[in-house]
Design a protein. Sequence first.
Length: 590
Amino acid sequence: MDIFGILSMIGGLALFLYGMNTMGDALVMLSGGKLERILEKLTEKRIMALLLGALVTAVIQSSSATTVMVVGFVNSGIMKLNQAVGIIMGANIGTTITSWILSLSGISGDNIFINLLKPSAFSPVLAAIGIVCIMTGKDGEKKKTVGNILLGFAVLMFGMETMSGAVAPLKDNEAFTGMLTAFSNPLLGMMAGAVLTAVIQSSSASVGILQALCMSGAVTFGSAIPIIMGQNIGTCVTALISSVGASKNAKRAAFIHLYFNLIGTVIFMVVFYLINGFMRFPFLEETVGAAGIAVVHSLFNIGCAVVLFPFGDKLVSLASFTVRNQKTPEETEDKPAEISALDERFLDTPSYAIRLCKKAVIKMSEHTVEAILMAMEVQSDYSAEKVSEVEKLERLVDDYEDSIGSYLVKIAGKDLGKEDSHLLSILLHSISDFERISDHAINVAESVKKMNDQGLEFTVNGKGELGSLETAVRDIMQITQRAFVTEDLKEAAKVEPLEEVIDDLVMEMKQRHIARLRKGNCSMEAGLILEDIMTNYERVSDHCSNIAAALIEIQSDELDMHQYIDVKVKGSDPYFREEYLRLKQIYLLP
């Protein structure tokens, strides 16, 4: 092989790896986080977990990605360790699909239909369709994602063909065939496969490279089998790296992956070569093609899963023995489950990561509503314990905002579809408003505490009016939270009319309060506290309006938030005027 052949080999390898990476990323994006959510929920039965692990890996074309995802699930507490075993076993089976797809490059024959199955025949068509989809599709649209899948696959296959063509002249090169013969040594071949896979961190890619080398006609079954065994060990490196800094259980999940492949390889190697020592397998001297590699790869991984499936619990015990149960300070820290779930490993699957954020914001909104309702209880039935509870909820909501906000910023740097981009914008808009609402809850509680400490009391009329206002604020909070959870635009449209009614209530209450002050029916100190409480409730309704308006504006892609509010307040919307007048009758001051 001359310098140009080497350059051709390097170029083909680069295209192959780039195409595989592009296709894999696009497949993950197209799944929209659905596969991850299926894995998260349907893994109670180990056989089901195995089948799902195989399916997900076959779709996203990467056992490493599936296993890293599982490490993230276990680390965040979403999945138990014994549930992860089945998925890891299934991932090893699912990854064999890639080798079968790549084996198409080895098809030969004169029949036109057989030739149409060759990548050199259909890859150019896929590339043409893919580039049209990419050029005509908008960012985030499924059309563009499908284009990336097709183009990635075409580039992958072109790289495969280029590598195969570059190594074809090496068939008669004694140095090359001598090097491959050295790999017939089981230990040496296994080490070579493990190192190659560990470096490129993809067993699918390393198997593809081996299949390309097979096109030279110089690779025998005896050389290929140990390399394939090693590739299954090398692919564990990705999960092990991912588990660094993770929880004990996450590390155990990575070790389960390692032990599964290591034990399976040892059993296969010992049994296979022991039998070969007594009755020599003649096929070991025969040259192997791309399809032969796919057969060996599949038989090995399916065989490992069948043999080790009954011993899943033993693998868990072995991993637990390796990673002892001594809690670190980080693990003893008591974090809400929704915050713990925001694992950085999920950033590689942004669709799933953003839905984890949605779950966390929903929980954050529940705590916010709880804080407001507790503050109202403090006002109607004061106790120091309730004030402390409001303060605790406010700190908890602050923690949610900090964690979710940082995570969302990281997701924003990823490639997102249109639906995910909308959800990201809604979440970014909403978390600050929910956090500010909890601040107003603490303000109300502190105002009531101040009044209690000074022995002040509202007038009977003031209490009645405040009760009406609190009913309206309670309703707007619940409507807003419900609209946010369901992303229901009809529900969100109910918020702005009620916010306007609350503004009117506050205005009227202030006027009545001034009248009471002039008559001497209310003390100045109590009046200032009442006004402070009213102002905080009014701010709560404003933040509810912001959340609902952001939801409508982002989903509809039409107006900006301020334009939306202006249109509604000006009364140009018939629904708004009708709803506003209806609500005004419901929340009349006594």
